[in-house]
Design a protein around this ligand. Structure first.
Ligand SMILES: O=C(O)C(=O)CO
Length: 328
């Protein structure tokens, strides 16, 4: 059901976000903000959404039934400044005819670049090198010190050959990798652009030297990497996750890294986030943990902000937003 708006529609923005999106919204909407770089506490969110027509949120905000109730029946759109939308109760929004939209495409290059960077950081043991220099451990050249693994002639496995997985595959081809394997819910037509071969999950984990997790978190992918998976992987395998933390069982990963079931891991996403500094994975030299930096570029964040803003306006204009999402 469409609601007629009297005057400018009201939009609540749950954080300080890049200005380009705000400039777009300000022309047509009455904006209020959570004026902080830190996540809004849920009780503040519940208070501040009252009476809004649009909600501009991010992946740290739980947009559940209570928030929708607090907002009221005039709420038309929930636009998240993220690709992921696990934090939104999409089914509940659909029931209430509230459009949910995300920001696909605009962070693809940023996340794909980060994934390759993290793979190199991990496979070439670069952080251990930096740490050794800082700690004054850099002595005379040694033939057996901090040896990593080359990408050349290796098999790369990608779980989830969507936009980001494909972006990773395109960037890895010039490194001279021997094979790119992928597993996904369906085989995808553009796999042939990067010479990627569809395999079963079992084949992917057994044959790959490097595995990049680029998929969403769903009931099917939750803890897909667990103790049984790690036992089947090559002992020399390197695992990189830039998808969602919940795809990996972190306690099992810790054991696999300590017991030598796999060689190393690079994580840009964890479960939970933030991962506490006391978490055992952080103490390991063969595990690099980044603080979810995949889309941390000016280009990506500005586009995420403008896309979320345009999605909100599209709904007010009775048009289809670019990133409308539905219950799967
Ligand atoms: O957009 C997303 O879903 C993110 O994870 C932010 O990088």
């Amino acid at each position: 059901m469409a609601f007629k708006l009297k005057g400018k529609p009201k939009v609540y923005v749950t954080r300080l976000v890049p200005q380009p999106g705000i400039d777009i919204l300000e022309k047509e909407c009455e904006l209020t903000f959570w004026k902080s770089d830190e996540a809004i506490p849920q009780e503040e969110l519940l208070k501040n959404v009252r009476g809004v027509d649009g909600l501009f949120c991010m992946l740290t905000d739980q947009i559940d039934k209570h928030v929708l109730d607090a907002a009221g029946p005039q709420l038309q759109v929930v636009a998240t400044m993220s690709v992921g939308f696990e934090h939104i109760d999409v089914a509940e929004c659909e029931k209430r005819n509230i459009v949910v939209a995300n920001t696909p495409n605009v962070s693809t290059d940023s996340v794909a670049e980060l994934t390759v960077a993290l793979l190199l950081l991990t496979s070439r043991r670069l952080l251990e090198g930096v740490t050794a220099v800082k700690n004054g451990e850099w002595g005379a050249w040694k033939p057996m010190w901090l040896l990593g693994t080359e990408m050349t002639q290796r098999t790369v496995g990608i779980l989830g050959l969507g936009r980001i997985g494909y972006g990773v595959a395109r960037r890895l081809r010039p490194f001279g990798v021997r094979k790119i394997l992928y597993h996904d819910v369906v085989s995808v037509s553009y796999a042939s652009d990067v010479g990627a071969e569809f395999v079963t999950f079992e084949e992917l984990i057994k044959e790959s030297d490097f595995i990049c997790i680029c998929c969403n978190l769903t009931a099917q992918t939750r803890h897909k990497f667990n103790k049984d998976t790690f036992k089947k992987m090559k002992k020399s395998a390197i695992l990189v996750n830039s998808g969602r933390g919940g795809v990996v069982h972190h306690d099992d990963l810790y054991n696999a890294l300590v017991n030598g079931d796999i060689a190393a891991a690079g994580l840009d996403v964890t479960e939970p986030e933030p991962l506490p500094a006391s978490h055992p994975l952080i103490s390991l030299s063969n595990c690099i943990v980044l603080p979810h930096m995949g889309s941390n570029t000016w280009e990506s964040r500005n586009s995420m902000s403008t896309t979320a803003a345009k999605n909100i306006l599209a709904v007010f204009h009775k048009e289809k937003p670019m990133g409308e999402v539905h219950v799967k």
